[in-house]
Design a protein around this ligand. Structure first.
Ligand SMILES: Cc1ncc(COP(=O)(O)O)c(C=O)c1O
Length: 412
């Protein structure tokens, strides 16, 4: 029987995550999945985590108790030190909020800064989970195109002015994935980082710098984050343990202006009281013992091999096709312009037993976009961290068959 009472306006308009819907189709056992953005489960650091569970015996009174909304003290301090080291900024505990995944950073920041109808500037393409969260508070979007060097910041001023012209107000937030973006794999170039800070500061628009992949660089030197630069007082930096340790711990952080962090913490009190203390105590101990840095060293080597496997397989199988792409220097993803509509290619790929994510889900829809909306139909996201190198090789071969018309007429 249908639930007989009305939903809220936001809940009525909410659509299920298109990615989660796709997973229902691609879960066949003989399918090679390059679709999900998942870490390699065979590389989870089970033994060191098991050792760290000793802290539960030593201090169950903390680990199993409610904790401060802001986060477990030793973890807050570890985050503050780490972000200070990476950004050169002075980071105090009051600048840090531990969250239940970085998805919650977006949620709390959106609730703190946005009212229904406000416009968020996003990259096109961008992370669909962020679009979902911003939609939940009734936001609309303005899209800035991206290339292999990240957001085309040269176009940003015109987009800001366009929003002001069309809505009478400035955008309320810029959302950017600076390092090895999901989905484009692109890293925001240094000159664009500087220009982004200048423009955001001069227009008075805060910036969410979402950086779950920054520690997973396989080639070249890291670029300085936005947070902590001169003029970056409006930047909130989000980091996460999901890609560098395990998404199951659901631990992440926001670092930003103390007043803003306080505002987010107050809202968090009404969302989940505090992030799981057990997870925080365990992960704080894991970091304290120096395991994370050792794990990261191993993971960079591990994923570099997979990235190289995909780079080679794509060059080999798709080299002569109309598809084109740039090899990413880090992160989880290759982003391909297939040169044709990815929808039918996706259907044929399933028949060939390989799954990828069609690009459209990474772009805001036209009806929720202020100004020009960019089409994502020709793109495909391929994740290289989950599958083995051999599966990556076979999967790219299957994708090439789907692209050249294979898999027609079969059933999925
Ligand atoms: C760019 C980006 N931000 C945030 C998230 C959410 O991560 P978390 O597990 O920390 O909530 C993801 C997950 O894929 C992501 O790709």
């Amino acid at each position: 029987m249908a639930f007989p009472y009305p939903f809220s306006a936001v809940a009525r308009d909410a659509r299920p995550s298109p990615i989660r819907e796709l997973f229902k189709v691609i879960g066949r056992p003989d399918m090679i999945s390059l679709a999900g953005g998942l870490p390699d489960p065979t590389a989870f650091p089970v033994d060191p985590l098991m050792e760290c569970t000793e802290v539960l015996r030593e201090d169950a009174g903390t680990a199993l108790q409610y904790g401060a909304t802001e986060g477990f003290g030793p973890l807050v301090e570890w985050i503050a030190e780490r972000v200070a080291e990476r950004t050169g900024a002075r980071v105090e505990p009051a600048n840090v909020l531990v969250t239940t995944g970085s998805q919650q950073v977006m949620d709390l920041l959106a609730r703190t800064l946005l009212d229904p109808g406000d416009v968020v500037i996003v990259e096109a393409p961008t992370y669909p989970g962020a679009l979902h969260t911003f939609r939940n508070v009734g936001a609309r979007f303005a899209a800035v195109p991206c290339d292999e060097h990240g957001m085309q910041v040269e176009a940003l001023d015109a987009v800001i002015q366009g929003v002001r012209h069309d809505t009478g107000s400035l955008p309320k937030l810029v959302y950017t994935i600076v390092n090895f973006s999901n989905p484009s794999g692109a890293c925001l170039a240094e000159v664009r980082r500087r220009r982004l800070i200048e423009l955001a500061a001069s227009s008075g628009i805060p910036v969410l710098e979402d950086d779950p992949y920054g520690d997973l660089r396989y080639v070249g030197e890291p670029l300085r984050p936005l947070y902590g630069r001169e003029g970056a007082a409006g930047v909130v930096h989000a980091g996460s343990f999901s890609k560098i340790l395990a998404p199951g711990v659901r631990l992440a952080w926001a670092v930003g202006d103390a007043e803003l962090i306080r505002g987010m913490a107050i809202l968090k009190q009404g969302v989940d009281l505090c992030t799981s203390t057990l997870d925080q105590v365990l992960v704080a101990e894991y970091c304290r013992r120096g395991h994370l840095d050792r794990h990261l060293e191993r993971m960079r080597d591990h994923y570099r091999v997979k990235r190289d496997a995909m780079a080679e397989a794509l060059a080999h199988y798709l080299g002569g096709s109309p598809a084109n792409w740039h090899d990413p220097d880090g992160g989880f993803f290759f982003w391909l312009d297939l040169g044709e509509d990815a929808g039918p290619v996706f259907d044929r790929a399933l028949v060939e037993r390989v799954a990828f994510l069609p690009g459209r889900v990474f772009f805001p829809a036209a009806e929720e976009t202020v100004g020009e909306s960019l089409p994502g139909d020709r793109f495909a996201r391929l994740c290289f961290t989950f599958a083995s190198p051999a599966e990556i090789e076979t999967g790219c071969g299957r994708l090439a068959r789907a692209l050249s018309g294979g898999g027609r007429g079969g059933s999925v």
